[in-house]
Design a protein around this ligand. Structure first.
Ligand code: CA
Length: 225
């Protein structure tokens, strides 16, 4: 899951980004409304964590602009501002949840996962295909009920393919969902990852197949290769 973190306090942003990465998220951090808005247009984020006091304005403007453009991307607002007024204003502007600073990283991760589970975000908890299942909250992959250990990026890729099982997932969209702007990605990064995932699925006797559609993308289907 790729998260846009909008926070101008450098130390806090680093702390939050590190905590989110530890929890398995891909994170891009921006410090201004303008940069965050441009990033939101450029990349497919699964969620936004938004500070309200930013150097070029109020974070709520950004939230309103996302909603005006029809995005239902879940947004968690972080703020030091106390008081019921700010909360009501934020929720009216389309925030999915609120967290007051200071907060514990565990709570932020729990709240983020909770908003990713809501129906508006179109994310269900358990995804399955063939004899394979994936718990999107616990991040566990199982084949025939048996737990399979998998590196984080492979899990992320499998999740993206599972969410669109039976449909073509363009290579570019996989790449954008798996890597942040700061990650180094070479032209064959996705191919290498797909071939590792394919091998691992075969080793575990998963009854699913990752098809390559040359020059287009990948498709996960039911049935052993
Ligand atoms: Ca701030």
């Amino acid at each position: 899951m790729r998260v846009l973190l909008v926070e101008d306090n450098e130390r806090l942003a680093e702390f939050v980004a590190a905590g989110l990465r530890n929890a398995g998220f891909v994170v891009d951090t921006f410090t201004t409304l303008a940069d965050s808005d441009a990033a939101f247009e450029a990349a497919p984020y699964h969620a936004v964590i938004l500070d309200l006091g930013l150097p070029d304005g109020d974070g709520l403007h950004l939230l309103k602009s996302f909603r005006t453009r029809g995005s239902n991307c879940p947004v968690l607002v972080l703020t030091a501002r106390d008081g019921i007024t700010d909360r009501v204003t934020g929720l009216n502007a389309g925030a999915d949840d609120y967290l007051l600073k200071p907060f514990a990283m565990e709570e932020l991760v729990a709240r983020l996962r909770a908003i990713l589970r809501r129906p508006g975000a179109a994310l269900s908890v358990l995804l399955s295909l063939g004899n394979l299942s994936f718990d999107t909250i616990g991040r566990e992959v199982r084949v025939g009920g048996e737990l399979v250990a998998m590196p984080r990026r492979e899990v992320e890729m499998l999740e993206q393919l599972l969410r669109r099982a039976g449909k073509v997932v363009p290579k570019r969209s996989l790449e954008e969902g798996l890597y942040g702007f700061d990650d180094e990605v070479s032209s064959n990064t996705v191919e290498v990852l797909v071939s590792r995932l394919r091998k691992r699925l075969q080793q575990t006797s998963a009854k699913v197949t990752v098809h390559t559609l040359r020059g287009i993308g990948y498709m996960l289907v039911d049935g052993a290769p």
